[in-house]
Ligand binder design. Structure first.
Ligand SMILES: [Mn+2]
Length: 447
């Protein structure tokens, strides 16, 4: 990405984050806030190894640094300070930041910790945002000052609408992930592969180490597609009939979250179940696009989720997997056994971003992670799915509404696992910008 353009966008980003912080502090009775990047966590107390650091998202909002024990100090009316200690360890050295644009807008101090006395500790009210309460205590911050719930909630709300800088980062995170999706699709198309091999192909094409991806890649061949978060990769190469890949990339802390589903052309082994599955993939692809086209400012996201169940019910009926009316299939919970998760979630500095799930979803939508009213500059995923999950289907089969399902057909298609198609979209005044389709035009098909 053009560094000058990035730098200009970052300047406006910092100005708007500063405004947001000033309001949040004012509303919650604080004068300043210290945001900690984090402390590495031990893998287990019985070992001396540590997990790689995941910086506090609120820290990443200011600076794309992945180093422990850095601090952002914000005080209304002052230049925001970045405390960035020099690394003196001879055991390790943090990776240099991917860009340095942030240094010009922040008051960078290469010291070990913020000087709380000079911020006005004792007289001013200073809040701490970060996981390490012991580190906060060392600076004299404890009790109500540590992650004050009202301040955290106000800062979370601030992250819902993305700045142009964040939008550029999210688009770039999509561009990088697309390289991995293309590489994996080609590898799958090429013949027998193991899930581990496909996972490594994704990392290689996106130049990410496993720990740097926004979330653990979900790589599922065949039946494993029915495990929503399948990350225990098979080691043996198989010529599976289907592949579900849910994998993203990070750019300066911002995440992409993309799922694609591919089916092999119908062969001897796939037979008519193979053509049924391929038709389902195409039906899901068309449905996902229709749902993206329905995104509109002011609409509750949950309404779009409900619409996805009506459309899923129609797909179940058209494919012959279910009989009865579309309304019955929807209202009796049949579609929920095939599509148990939510339509999507907010996306930003974390994959399941904050601020859009403060309301509880209705009881029949227990896993919906976005209950906000759709607004301009929100970024969220649209990711309907259709799976053959043994446990959920067995439960459905034992109920009266199980009679609506063609169980022979379910059994025939179950070896293909499932389908999920997921794009990341930005809400515009009219419609959306689909970051994912800009770089990966097809969501699912026969390869
Ligand atoms: Mn997702």
């Amino acid at each position: 990405m053009d560094t000058e353009a990035l730098s200009r966008l970052y300047q406006d980003h910092v100005r708007s984050v500063e405004k947001r912080y000033a309001t949040a502090l004012d509303e919650t009775g604080f004068d300043a806030v210290i945001v900690h990047s984090g402390t590495p966590k031990k893998r287990t107390e019985f070992d001396d190894q540590f997990f790689p650091l995941r910086p506090t998202p609120e820290f990443h909002l200011w600076a794309p640094l992945t180093e422990p024990d850095c601090f952002v100090v914000f005080e209304t009316g002052k230049k925001t300070m970045l405390v960035w200690p020099e690394c003196r360890s001879f055991w390790e050295r943090p990776a240099p930041p991917d860009a340095t644009h942030f240094t010009t807008m922040l008051d960078v101090r290469r010291v070990d910790e913020p000087d709380v006395a000079s911020i006005g500790g004792g007289t001013k009210r200073i809040a701490w945002i970060g996981e390490d309460a012991a580190r906060a205590a060392k600076l004299g911050l404890a009790g109500d000052a540590v992650n004050p719930p009202k301040l955290v909630a106000a800062l979370d709300r601030g992250r819902v609408l993305k700045t142009p800088y964040e939008i550029a980062c999210l688009a770039e995170a999509n561009r990088i992930a697309a390289l991995g999706h293309e590489a994996v699709r080609k590898a799958f198309e090429g013949g027998a592969r193991s899930e581990l091999e496909l996972h490594l192909a994704f990392l290689g094409a996106t130049k990410q180490d496993d720990q740097e991806t926004p979330y653990k890649n979900i790589v599922a061949l065949g039946r494993n597609g029915a495990v929503l978060h399948h990350v225990s990769y098979g080691r043996d190469a198989t010529r599976a009939e289907s592949l579900l890949l849910d994998a993203g990339a990070c750019y300066l802390g911002y995440c992409s979250d993309i799922t694609r589903t591919w089916a092999r052309p119908v062969t001897g082994t796939g037979g008519s179940a193979g053509s049924t599955f391929s038709a389902l993939v195409l039906a899901m692809e068309a449905m996902q696009k229709r749902l993206v086209a329905k995104v509109a400012i002011g609409m509750p996201y949950e309404e779009l989720h409900d619409e996805s169940h009506r459309q899923m019910s129609a797909i179940l009926k058209e494919s012959g997997l279910a009989t009865g009316t579309v309304e019955e299939i929807d209202k009796k919970g049949v579609s929920r056994a095939f599509y148990p998760h939510g339509l999507g979630h907010s996306l930003g500095l974390v994959t399941h971003d904050v601020g859009c799930a403060s309301l509880r979803p209705r009881a029949d939508n227990p896993f919906l992670r976005n209950t906000s009213r759709i607004a301009e500059d929100q970024v969220f995923t649209i990711e309907p799915g259709l799976y053959f999950i043994d446990g959920l289907l067995a439960e459905l089969r034992s109920k009266p509404e199980g009679k609506l399902v063609d169980w022979n057909m379910v059994e025939a298609v179950a070896p293909f696992g499932g389908i999920r198609i997921e794009d990341d979209v930005l809400v515009l005044r009219e419609g959306v910008r689909n970051f994912t389709r800009e770089v990966l035009p097809i969501g699912g098909a026969t390869v």
